[in-house]
Unconditional design. Structure first.
Length: 180
């Protein structure tokens, strides 16, 4: 091979190498021909959706059967889906100061803990244990506007029902029921 051909061959090899490097470093060279890509296999999610709450709707019929005006306020629901149970807070900031009967009911756990305070956080009733075997009426003297009821099932799944009535409404209803 003549020295000029050897030199030309060396220069062309250098040019090819520089062209390849330019393509790799994002220069102005043309991109290589498209290579068909195969999609990555879909990896299944390991987090399963929560199990639907079997306690959902537990007190719907009782709430639906109430006469209009029998209760000032009702709140009901569940402590959460399986694996996501949490305490419940019901706050009604429109309840005026006065004397009320707050009736607490639950289903599922044997007991739950209840706290009653004003919406501003002033304690009204010390924490009390509520049996889920029967409705528990609690007399409440609300010193300021707003009523907050907190219920804790201790991590057990279940449902709750809170009913608030003016104290005289419960007595009137009880007398009517007894005389029938």
């Amino acid at each position: 091979m003549s020295p000029s051909n050897a030199r030309l061959l060396a220069l062309s090899g250098t040019a090819i190498a520089l062209g390849a490097l330019t393509g790799c470093t994002g220069g102005d060279a043309e991109p290589p021909a498209a290579v068909p890509l195969t999609p990555s296999p879909t990896v299944p999610t390991t987090t399963a959706p929560p199990t639907p709450d079997p306690w959902a709707g537990s007190f719907d019929d009782e709430v639906a059967d109430v006469e209009v005006g029998e209760y000032l306020w009702q709140s009901w629901g569940t402590f959460g889906d399986s694996g996501r149970v949490a305490p419940h807070r019901s706050d009604n900031q429109t309840v005026e100061p006065g004397t009320y009967t707050v009736t607490l009911e639950c289903a599922g756990p044997e007991m739950m803990t209840g706290r009653i305070s004003t919406s501003a956080g002033t304690p009204v009733i010390d924490p009390l244990s509520v049996s889920c075997m029967a409705a528990t009426p609690v007399p409440v003297d609300l010193p300021e506007k707003g009523l907050l009821v907190e219920l804790d099932s201790g991590g057990a799944p279940g449902a709750f029902l809170i009913r608030v009535a003016a104290a005289h409404s419960i007595r009137t209803t009880a007398r009517t029921t007894m005389s029938t």
